[in-house]
Design a protein around this ligand. Structure first.
Ligand code: CUA
Length: 354
């Protein structure tokens, strides 16, 4: 037997020495867990006292908020407990200066491993089932649903009420009536989001995504684009109004009257076209109350003629204003709009120069 083998054999026989760093301390582990539990309770109290959500204006909002609170209650202790054990161990079991020895050898702890696999497994599975039930509940088909088609394009939302044959830029909804939104995109991916309804869905070119919601509080809210979709992404927000049922009917008939061309038929209403095809989503035009800044100010075109304006609508890349980039403006207005509509727009823009 060599000297080294003898030393190793002696070490193996010797009873495990008590760790000098926690010598004389009763239940150091229990103390650590106690501190962790206390910190978890404080953490839960703090997170629940924070007002995380915007106003609550749909029947699904409460269910979603409750789910979120349960997620917080479950995840805060996990984070706090792990951090407590880590910090406690670093501080409490720190090697003394000059201590170059290895710690006691540990080859695993089956009981501990079973605990830290089983508890998270049960937690995650329960939360997944709870989330599933909530989602199923929110997405369930309702009686007396009203369909609203939502179309995203750079950089505006258009709302269509197929049962009323009406298209608008403002989303107005009757209170307590279940709504089914059918969401589409004309160009790139947008995301239709009304924070107060807790609803959000991507608008994907070539797909129709659906979302159900029942607004239950009269008020003014906002529809926001929540997917980076280009230069004008941040300006892609529009008003949402939830109104009593009677006010909704009045609004519908007013909109229809306005869309009827103000009682004359004949020439298309240029200001309406300007707003509905998306010009106002990118351009400023004082005459139309438009203030977007993605493209040039159309009220300050300088010394231009009808031909220049027509070309700029039909072939946007022909004359790109200094300081702006080509290919931002849709190239398809020539086919999307009728000749009469373009004529009306040209005349309108020419007459709106400041
Ligand atoms: Cu549309 Cu961002």
């Amino acid at each position: 037997m060599t000297e080294r083998e003898r030393v190793e054999a002696d070490e193996a026989k010797a009873p495990p020495e008590a760790d000098p760093r926690i010598a004389g301390e009763k239940h150091p582990v229990a103390r650590m867990i106690g501190i962790g539990l206390l910190a978890s309770l404080v953490g839960i109290a703090i997170t629940l006292s924070i007002d995380w959500f915007p106003a609550n204006a749909s029947t699904s909002a409460t269910k979603i908020d409750n789910l979120y609170d349960v997620l917080l209650i479950c995840s805060v202790p996990v984070f706090v407990l792990v951090m407590t054990i880590a910090i406690y161990s670093v501080v409490r079991f720190r090697a003394k200066p000059g201590d170059m020895g290895d710690g006691p050898p540990i080859h695993g702890n089956t009981r501990l491993e079973i605990v830290w696999v089983t508890i998270p497994f049960i937690m995650v599975t329960t939360l997944a089932i709870y989330g599933w039930i909530t989602l199923d509940d929110i997405e369930a088909k309702q009686k007396n649903e009203m369909v609203v088609n939502v179309t995203g394009q750079q950089f505006t939302w258009t709302f269509e009420y197929p049962s009323e044959k009406l298209e608008t830029k403002e989303l107005v909804l009757p209170v307590n009536r279940p709504i089914e939104f059918k969401i589409r995109s004309k160009d790139v991916i947008h995301s239709f989001w009304v924070p107060q309804f807790r609803l959000k869905s991507d608008a994907v070119p070539g797909l129709t995504t659906k979302i159900r919601v029942t607004p239950d509080k009269v008020g003014n809210y906002e529809a926001v684009c929540a997917e980076l979709c280009g230069l004008g992404h941040s300006t892609m927000r529009q008003f949402v109004r939830v109104v009593p049922a009677r006010a909704f009917q009045t609004w519908i008939s007013d909109q229809k009257k306005a869309a009827g061309g103000g009682g004359g038929g004949g020439a298309p209403n240029a200001e309406q076209i300007f707003n509905s095809v998306g010009c106002s989503g990118c351009h400023t035009l004082a005459a139309a109350g438009a203030t977007a800044k993605v493209g040039p100010n159309l009220g300050k075109l300088g010394d231009v003629d009808a031909k220049f304006i027509r070309t700029s609508i039909e072939d946007p890349n022909a004359n790109v204003t200094k300081g702006y980039k080509p290919n931002i403006m849709p190239q398809d207005f020539k086919t999307k709009l009728s000749k009469e509509e373009i004529d009306a727009l040209v005349k309108y823009l020419l007459g709106s120069q400041e």
